[in-house]
Design a protein around this ligand. Sequence first.
Ligand code: ATP
Length: 376
Amino acid sequence: KRVLPKEGQMAKIKLEHVYKRYGGKVTAVKDFNLETEDGEFVVFVGPSGCGKTTTLRMIAGLEDITEGQLFIGDRLVNDVPPKDRDIAMVFQNYALYPHMNVYENMAFGLRLRKVHKDEIDRRVKEAARIIKIDHLLQRKPRELSGGQRQRVAMGRAIVREPKVFLFDEPLSNLDAKLRVEMRAEISKLQRRLGVTTVYVTHDQVEAMTLGTRIVVMKDGEVLQVDSPLNLYDFPETKFVAGFIGSPSMNFIRSRVVTEGEHVYFTGEGFKVRANPTLATNLRAYNGKEVWMGIRPEHLGHKGWTPIPEDNNVVRGKVEVVEPLGADTEIHVDVMGGMVTAKVDGHAMVLPGDSVELLVDTSKLHAFDVDSEKAIG
Ligand code: ATP
């Protein structure tokens, strides 16, 4: 059940050809285009410096837009000051006032806006109940744990009853376990409140678990906008393929060889048959080199039993074995390049072993070596 936003309060965010340049030299964001759904949870993800924070800050109004248009709801807000945009932002450093207790911290912004005392009280108590900090209202920030402070920061955003939530790496100051817990909390809370949300992170796992849609950025440009599973299954570039998924996809330089109706990825010690869909698109590359992409979880451990047909295995020498319990990651030297495979946690593999890794050919990817775009 949705709590916020009240009738007529939902908002789409639309960015049209948005650019950010600093001092005419640095282009931090290039031609950013996005239209969210009402109540959608969108995550911006990418390596450090890719422009995700700058984009979020432009939506918040904390940074000018150099070129392009930004809409919140139906309103063009390029020149609207932050306080009039109906947004609430949660930062990684919480920015709580140390001398005020939790109640006062949450009430502060509303007081500035001259909201009536009874209304403030109602909103603070409701928000406190939603995020389960009712019992902490009289405490000062220093008397709270990191996770509790993060909750208060969210509470302060909720009481504003905004049309849009903006999160800038809100979990990066928490330890690993708390981060996972708070991630689930934020996800639940956002679904309950139904407020359009934009969330910035450099952590692809956080992006995958939180976003209904993910915007992958690199060097100021949007590379792909898609649902988590589509990004994983159908990456459009080698960069996205390598960035989404952990451990990363393996890329093996291969030559395309066509034999009758079949198309193969070939290299020293391997010949892997492309599945029919990929084969259609790979034909044009006959005799040329491409990147064969295969995720660690799609490489099986064949042990030492020689398999009759010489197809669909990659051979190499195990260099590192990392047992993780349920599965084990093995790092295998294949013709001087390292390949990671995720195998059964109880597979008997030791460093120095020669292994044959069975490729799940239905899960193969191919990328052009020049453009690094997906083939097909
Ligand atoms: P991070 O995760 O490290 O914060 P990011 O993806 O959020 O990275 P931004 O902070 O948006 O990246 O920065 C994008 C680019 O713009 C970077 O190259 C950065 O150096 C540059 N940049 C940011 N702010 C300014 C500024 N005030 N003046 C000049 N360049 C800037």
